[in-house]
Structures are given as structure tokens and as C-alpha cells.
Design a protein. Structure first.
Length: 317
């Protein structure tokens, strides 16, 4: 892995392009991500430095401080990170993430993150003293280490992600679980999901977001490249071949979606499996507009942060 240190010219806080986060600022400490998940859409972004290269912005904390000082009102919370993981296992990246989160939390600004990495102890200590300002999302779709390593080669093991969950719960932060993306024929089976729901329930998890993989051209290319000629690749190809819907998103963006009948049926099955372990699941309309109009992720953010930070503005108009 090559770490390139660069000065960032553009602003640090960016308005989100995701519908669910449309009134929120997001922040990416790096371009590129060490985890190198096969299904990562950010590997197709124009600023992606290429597999194995990470760009870390050296001036990012200072720039964030300047941007916050210039704002009339503080943002309510900041989301880490739409196109990288804030907890990549590289000391310089973790130090940068820590200084960014520290700056935000010390100013009373909420921090929300989604991670498949290991959250080091010093972050847990930081979050403990600001636990009402931290919202954690933990991505996990399997307990099978071999399977996880195949699709997310450099991300934290399932065991470490479970440890993240219990460390957060111990300091009063109940994380939201993201089973996203579920890969058809691979991670969406009862055999794979039941032991996961069972252990999540034991840890005290109450809710989880579920979403199927949407096959963008870059993801299709990377899955073929990363998984080679394994049986796994055949199973994924088969599922998309049998259930593909080219009409949902494909006309303009060439994204292959599993057809809505298949997704609805599967989401229902997965939801009732989760419910048997007292876990409520939700499907978000930002990624599945043909399944639901509800913006479930946004509702969760709103419930968590908006009432706490109503004295702040969410977004500069
Ligand atoms: S952790 Fe997220 S950003 Fe990083 S490679 Fe995986 S999907 Fe992409």
C-alpha cells in the first residue's frame, strides 16, 4: 500500500450527494481506501487514486477548523465518510481521523460514521465522553472469515467488528448495523444470516439496515477481477443473470439491479428472520426507490441527531 501525503485545496465539508444525507455535511479523510472491498463504488470515482494507493490530506484538520470558524452556525453533525473508511488500519490515517473527530466533538458537533474497520481504544475513550454526539453504523454481512476476506480483503475481521459493537454498547452508544450490500447467492442466505442475527441479538442490537448489491459497471469489473474464477463469482453472476432488472436504473447509468420482485421477496424473508431475533430491519428508499418511498436512513439520523442539535443548523443555505 502506498500512502501519498497531499495538501487539500478544495473544502473539507461537502454536501452529501446521497438522498438520505441531503441536508448533511460529509467528510472524507482520504481518497482511496485500504479495505479494498470488491463491491466498493468509490473505486470508480474520478479522484480515486487506484488500488493500493491512498491519498491522505495533511492539512485537513486545520482546514476543517477554518471552515467551521467561517460558518454562521455549526453543522448539526458530520458524516464520515461516503467514499472511504474513517478507521483504516494505518497510523497516519487514524491519527488524522482522531484529530478531526476530536475537533468536531469538542465543539459539540455530532459525528456519525459507517465502518468496517477496527475502532481503536483511544476513539472509544473519546466517544465515551461525548456519547450523546456519536452515532455509529457498523457494516457486517457475515461471520465467516473466509467469505469476508474474499469480498473485503483488508477490512476488520467479523470478530473485531463484533468487538467494536460491544465496546460501543459498553459506553452507551447503540450502533446501527448495516447489512449492505447483501450479495445474492453469497451473503443473503439463511445459513449465513441466522448466526449473525443470533449474535447481534445477544449483543443487544435492535435494528439493522438491509440492502442488496447494485451492480455498477466498476463494481462488476472489480468483482470479476478480485474474485477471479471462483465458485462465488459464478453464484453472483447466476443470481444477476436470473433476476436482473435493466429498467430500474440501467437506462441512464448502466447499473444492474436485481428485479424488484426478487428484492421485495428477499427483504421480507430477511426481515422476518431478523425479527425472530428481535432485530427490526429497514430498507431505504434512497437505494431501493421501487421497493419503498421511505427514507429510512434519514429517519434514523433525524431521530438520533436532529432533536439533540436543533439549536444548530444542519446545512448552510
Ligand atoms: S470500507 Fe467502504 S470505502 Fe472502504 S473499500 Fe470498503 S466499501 Fe469502499
Amino acid at each position: 500500500m502506498k500512502l501519498l501525503l497531499k495538501e487539500r485545496k478544495s473544502s473539507i465539508l461537502s454536501p452529501s450527494t446521497l438522498k438520505c444525507l441531503s441536508d448533511t455535511y460529509t467528510l472524507n479523510p482520504t481518497a482511496g481506501c485500504v479495505h479494498l472491498c470488491s463491491y466498493c463504488y468509490a473505486r470508480g470515482y474520478s479522484n480515486y487514486p487506484g488500488d493500493g494507493t491512498i491519498v491522505l490530506y495533511t492539512n485537513i484538520t486545520k482546514k476543517l477548523e477554518n471552515e467551521l470558524n467561517r460558518k454562521r452556525k455549526s453543522p448539526g453533525f458530520v458524516y464520515f465518510s461516503p467514499s472511504c473508511d474513517a478507521f483504516q488500519p494505518v497510523k497516519q490515517i487514524l491519527d488524522t481521523t482522531y484529530s478531526l473527530m476530536f475537533l468536531l466533538l469538542e465543539r459539540g458537533i455530532g459525528v456519525s460514521f459507517l465502518t468496517k474497520g477496527h475502532i481503536p481504544d483511544k476513539f472509544i475513550t473519546l466517544f465515551k465522553s461525548h456519547n450523546d454526539l456519536v452515532q455509529a453504523h457498523i457494516g457486517i454481512t457475515t461471520l465467516e472469515r473466509r467469505l469476508q476476506r474474499l469480498i473485503e480483503p483488508n477490512a476488520a475481521t467479523p470478530r473485531i467488528r463484533l468487538k467494536n459493537i460491544s465496546s460501543l454498547i459498553n459506553i452507551g452508544i447503540l450502533p446501527e448495523i448495516k447489512l449492505d450490500p447483501l450479495i445474492p447467492g453469497l451473503t443473503d442466505s439463511t445459513l449465513n444470516l441466522e448466526p449473525l442475527f443470533k449474535i447481534l441479538n445477544k449483543l443487544g442490537i435492535k435494528s439493522a439496515g438491509i440492502n442488496y448489491l447494485f451492480l455498477r459497471p466498476i463494481i462488476h469489473k472489480n468483482i470479476r477481477k478480485d474474485l477471479g474464477h471462483t465458485k462465488v463469482l459464478k453464484r453472483i453472476s447466476q443470481a444477476f443473470h436470473n433476476n436482473v432488472d435493466l429498467s430500474l436504473l440501467a437506462n441512464k447509468s448502466r447499473v444492474k439491479a436485481l428485479n424488484s420482485y426478487f428484492r421485495k421477496k428477499q427483504y421480507k424473508c430477511i426481515s422476518s428472520l431478523a425479527e425472530s431475533y428481535n432485530i427490526k430491519t429497514h430498507v431505504c428508499g434512497c437505494k431501493n426507490p421501487d421497493v419503498t418511498k421511505e427514507l429510512a436512513c434519514r429517519d434514523i439520523w433525524q431521530k438520533y441527531f436532529y432533536k439533540k442539535v436543533s439549536q444548530y443548523q444542519l446545512f448552510d443555505s
